[in-house]
Design a protein around this ligand. Structure first.
Ligand code: GDP
Ligand code: MG
Length: 599
């Protein structure tokens, strides 16, 4: 089809507002996927994504739409975006590949933090937005109120807003008409040298890396010799094509179109999101703007429970890396834990997903330490350096200062929870920036907060203090100096380096106390007494002792209720699977995460 009959769109929404359901409905209505073949949530194609109800990796689909008004065939490319702050850069690239976006807002909930964050990204990419008031089938839906909210809070004109129910199939034709009428077609620059923006890529064990891209300028032909302008790698375009239900090969893709390429690429590291594809001969001089290297914000140690699984863990991480350019890892040798890997992640979700894949897909039992942010340290001698493992912090006399990463946190909450949320943010060393009243008794709160405080279970506390009604988003803003110290832990006299953490001086005693108390509950008793200490330098700031076990634990219920005894044995067995022997003591996985629930 000619460029004026192409539309490139994505759907942006706060989590659970109905993005995936709407995507499915659009695919169904345009006949891209027949309702009979429709696997629920076609676009959330990966197991873990579906289990968690979130979209982790991007995906794209090409729909053919016969416009009933002019009887002509239009091509609508729908690009799905990951709905999580860890993947903001990928979201920004996929939006960059579009001219417009459907802004889905739950008509029974209203604008949330992620709605706003996504709108900012869409505005950065100059997208035309069509507001979609979803879930109007719900008895609690108040589309008129939410329209006012979008106009006032987001500042978006709602004249063309569509009232819809993705679930009940209401408003879907209006949405498609809106896409045709209000979203501009791509500007076609077919005469220019090729420049195509990579917005997603994934590794297929049979076909190698499949790269998704938007042709911005020029054309790409099957068989072309192509070059990735950032990585400078060259390949032959063995297959190019479009994404209908399956990948459908074509001979040429032109300016404005969205497609995939297969070119014998071995790892996604060679085809990075944000990179520009050009032709090797007569290629473009300048890459498309906006490329950023994936930068891990969190680091954690991953150790095999059984040390003979080390090589298996290494192979598995290498396999995951083929499909995950953002994942970083290097060998870590811990005095307490033995050999493992120090891994870098974009954020908490990314970390959880990697961990879950290792366990689920690679059948590994691993112990993961509490995540650490990346600190910047100025030593007394030498140059400032970054540090992602608290165990590596030079002692107090050998450093001038430590700085830590800060983020800007935006919370949207019903007014009545403002007090408790301010208390929460201040307790986490947050610095107040701004507060604004929105419509209908809702408020935005803005704080600058150390990232380290956010990755402790901040989000869980926010949800529980507001009965789930508040939402939040954050973005990295830079480094600030603080009075930070390292808190070490010794179990049974043995220092456990994997339990060391960096905390604020003022909180260190309280955190030390809470941590040893918690560890006392988690570490199982043994035939001997187990002292647990928290230390700063040589100074013990808190200690507890686990008393010795007198008899076998099952003896306690000997002669008692048999099912209780069975349960106890099962519990022990399950617990055993994920314990790491540190000296003479078995330390369960939970212990390494204990720090996360202390504030
Ligand atoms: P996403 O997180 O934005 O992708 O949201 P989903 O599409 O996964 O939808 C979240 C939940 O809302 C699911 O349980 C959907 O069935 C439900 N849902 C989505 N659209 C509608 C709608 O129009 N009406 C109602 N009642 N429920 C909906
Ligand atoms: Mg979804």
């Amino acid at each position: 089809v000619p460029p004026e009959r192409i539309r490139n769109i994505s759907i942006i929404a706060h989590i659970d507002h109905g993005k995936s359901t709407l995507a499915d409905r659009l695919l169904e209505v345009t006949g891209t996927v027949s309702s009979r073949d429709m696997k629920d949530q076609f676009m959330d194609s990966n197991d873990i994504e579906r289990d968690r109800g979130i979209t982790i990796k991007l995906n794209a689909a090409r729909m053919n739409y016969i416009n009933p008004v002019d009887g002509l065939n239009y091509v609508i490319h729908l690009i799905d975006t990951p709905g999580h702050v860890d993947f903001t850069f990928e979201v920004s690239r996929s939006l960059e590949a579009c001219e417009g976006a459907l802004l889905v807002v739950d008509a029974s909930q209203g604008v949330e933090a992620q709605t706003l964050a996504n709108v900012y990204l869409a505005l950065d990419a100059n997208l035309e937005m069509i507001p979609v008031l979803n879930k109007i089938d719900l008895p609690g839906a108040e589309p008129d109120r939410v329209v006012r909210e979008i106009e006032e809070v987001v500042g978006l004109d709602c004249t063309n807003a569509v009232m819809a129910s993705a679930k009940a199939g209401i408003g879907i034709d209006e949405i498609l008409q809106g896409v045709i009428n209000y979203i501009p077609p791509p500007r076609a620059n077919s005469h220019l040298p090729l420049r195509a923006l990579i917005f997603d890529s994934y590794y297929d064990p049979y076909r190698g890396v499949v790269v998704y891209f938007r042709v911005v300028d020029g054309e790409i032909h099957k068989g072309d010799k192509i070059k990735f302008m950032v990585t400078k790698k060259e390949f032959y375009a063995e297959e190019i094509g479009v994404m209908t239900t399956e990948q459908q090969p074509v001979h040429v893709l032109r300016s404005g179109e969205i497609g995939y390429i297969i070119a014998g690429i071995k790892t996604v590291d060679d085809a990075r999101v944000g990179d520009t594809i050009t032709t090797s001969a007569k290629g473009a001089d300048e890459a498309l703007p906006g490329y950023q290297e994936a930068k891990p914000m969190l680091f954690a140690g991953l150790f095999p429970v059984e040390s003979d699984q080390y090589n298996h863990l290494k192979d598995s991480l290498e396999k995951l890396k083929l499909n995950d350019a953002a994942l970083q890892f290097e060998v870590e040798n811990s005095a307490a834990m033995g050999f493992g890997f120090r891994c870098g992640f974009l954020g908490l979700l990314h970390m959880d997903v990697v961990q879950e894949r290792l366990e689920r897909e690679y059948d590994l039992d691993i112990i993961t330490t509490a995540p650490s942010v990346v600190y910047s340290v100025m030593p007394t001698k030498g140059e400032e350096f970054f540090l992602d493992n608290p165990a590596d912090l030079p002692e107090a006399t050998k450093r001038e200062f430590i700085s830590e990463p800060y983020c800007k946190l935006e919370i949207i909450t019903p007014e009545e929870y403002v007090g408790t949320l301010m208390e929460l943010a201040q307790g986490r060393r947050g610095e107040y920036v701004d507060m604004k009243y929105l419509v209908q008794g809702r408020t935005t709160l803005v704080y600058d907060l150390p990232l380290a405080e956010l990755v402790n279970d901040f989000f869980d506390h926010l949800k529980s203090r507001t009965k789930g009604y508040a939402s939040m988003e954050y973005s990295f803003i830079g480094y600030r100096k603080n009075d930070l110290v390292r808190l070490d832990v010794a179990i049974n006299g043995e220092p456990v380096d994997a339990l060391s953490s960096i905390v604020h001086q003022e909180k260190s005693y309280a955190v030390g106390k809470a941590l040893v108390k918690k560890l006392k509950e988690i570490v199982p008793r043994a035939q001997f007494k187990i002292p647990i200490q928290a230390k700063i330098g040589a100074k013990v700031v808190a200690s507890q002792q686990i008393s010795a076990l007198k008899k076998d634990v099952t003896a306690k219920c000997y002669g008692g209720d048999i099912s209780r005894k069975k349960k106890l044995i099962q519990k022990q067995a399950a617990g055993k699977k994920r314990m790491k022997a540190v000296g003479k003591v078995n330390v369960p996985q939970e212990a390494f995460k204990a720090m996360l629930s202390i504030n």
